[in-house]
Design a protein around this ligand. Structure first.
Ligand code: GLC
Length: 456
């Protein structure tokens, strides 16, 4: 069964390869024979391609990854010259496509959020680009690419953009709604966990990649300081387990001044009813979002799993997240790994936080759907947490289901038993995630591909 699933996944991945001037430069998001749900699924998304890239790097085919890294950078330069639009230096596109004119001359057309549904800013793209570059160098040893002037400049600009002064008091990065995998309104504005995990991984990667030139020294120092502050902040303030819930439940509020315990002034009344029942005796997770007077208790898988992978979580926190997965398996894995966000927003919350988005109805799509593309992060985190049996269990579930269902983009329902109502079929990252998960299970040395902090 596994072999057939992997073969089928490879067929899809290979067919999805996108060419520009004869060179492979990326993979399209979906190859749905019935037509994609939206036009831009024919494009190569930066966040989607990362998983394809991990597969190609791991099997010794780095060329497409190198081409991709260069292409995205090239688009960045073109875009500024073409439109004169005020996109900040450092911002990377959400996606791009190759267009040909009547004479067959090809050019690249990118989306920096100005064409995207809802006009959302892809903040995660620049993070993924740096992390992928670091992984590419780590795997191939091709340091020359990262040392190129245009690459060094891009890393410098990304750091400058992310580290520049803001009005903020805390080290977490402030972003607008829908700035990452969840690219629709979902109440994920502010300081969503996924962005903080990616930011942390990016800071580590940039520190590895930037050459110690006089103009970089100050920036790298700032990056190191921010990374350390972010790590402490996330580990303490985003963390939730039963002991912490007890503290929050009894929090004093309206504390002014230096000695306050409840620094963000979280009102105990804001703890949703489901949390107390749902949190197991042993286990915990990083909450989805945090800000003044605001703790979003929802569990977001990707932020938690990347926190483990990049070493933002301590060893104990890693064990606890895995313990949570084990005791809440039906909710967080269910019939298809992996639930994107738990629980779903319903009723008035859904109306207010999604803007009554019919694609994000409760237990569908971003709002509580199950996403096969997350399988690789679950497998990687489980291996890192020494929970190989959980990794295998999730992997086998996915193998048994995905090829027969034609690689859906997502599943609906509390336990993910239904193919997503508006899901594409033949979604590339669903297939790539299965292959990369298999590669990691075959040889866990693959985990060394990622930027990570040594020790707790
Ligand atoms: C949807 C997802 C986004 C993904 C894109 C292509 O817009 O929300 O995260 O990158 O599809 O698969």
């Amino acid at each position: 069964m596994t072999t057939t699933a992997i073969q089928s996944a490879y067929t899809l991945l290979n067919e999805s390869i996108m060419y520009y001037e004869g060179r492979p430069v990326g993979t399209v998001a979906a190859l749905d024979p019935t037509g994609p749900a939206a036009k831009n699924y024919e494009e190569c998304f930066v966040r989607d391609f990362v998983i394809s890239a991990l597969v190609f790097l791991n099997k010794g085919e780095p060329e497409i990854v190198r081409n991709f890294l260069e292409t995205v950078l090239q688009i960045r330069t073109q875009e500024r010259a073409m439109t004169g639009h005020e996109i900040q230096p450092g911002v990377m596109p959400a996606s791009f496509r190759v267009v040909a004119d009547a004479h067959g001359n090809e050019s690249l057309l990118a989306d920096f959020g100005e064409r995207a549904i809802g006009r959302v800013a892809p903040v995660d793209s620049m993070m993924w680009w740096v992390i992928l570059l670091d992984t590419y160098v780590r795997v191939t040893g091709d340091e020359e690419l990262a040392e190129r002037r245009d690459f060094q400049r891009a890393i410098h600009q990304i750091l400058q953009l992310c580290l520049r002064d803001t009005f903020e008091v805390f080290p977490a990065l402030l972003v607008p709604d829908g700035a990452f995998l969840i690219d629709r309104r979902m109440g994920v504005y502010g300081h969503p966990l996924e962005i903080q995990s990616l930011f942390y991984g990016m800071l580590q990667a940039a520190q590895d990649l930037l050459r110690p030139t006089p103009e970089n020294v100050k920036l790298v120092k700032m990056a190191i300081k921010r990374k350390q502050a972010l790590r402490t902040y996330v580990r303490i303030f985003y963390w939730l387990d039963l002991a912490r819930l007890n503290e929050i439940h009894r929090f004093g509020t309206e504390e002014f001044g230096a000695g306050s315990v409840n620094m963000l002034n979280i009102y105990p009344q804001s703890i949703p009813g489901w949390v107390e029942h749902w949190l197991p005796e042993r286990g915990g997770y990083f909450v989805g979002n945090l800000g003044p007077g605001r703790m979003d208790f929802r569990f977001f898988a990707l932020g938690n799993l990347l926190a483990i992978l990049f070493g933002l979580a301590t060893g104990d926190q890693t064990d606890d997240v895995m313990a949570l997965y084990e005791s809440r398996w039906a909710d967080l894995i269910g019939n298809m790994p992996v639930k994107l966000c738990y629980p779903a927003l319903e009723g008035i919350e859904w109306e207010l936080l999604t803007g009554s988005d019919p694609k994000n109805v409760p237990w569908s799509y971003h709002n509580g759907g199950n996403w096969p593309c997350l399988l690789w992060t679950f497998v990687a985190a489980a291996i890192k947490g020494q929970r190989h049996e959980l990794a295998h269990k999730a992997f086998e579930r996915a193998c048994a289901q995905l090829p027969g269902d034609s690689w859906p983009e997502y599943y609906d329902g509390r336990t993910g038993r239904l193919i997503g109502r508006r899901a594409n079929l033949n979604q590339t990252w669903s297939a790539a995630a299965l292959i990369f998960a298999d590669q990691l299970l075959q040889d866990e040395k693959g985990l060394a591909m990622f930027p990570r902090e040594p020790g707790p």
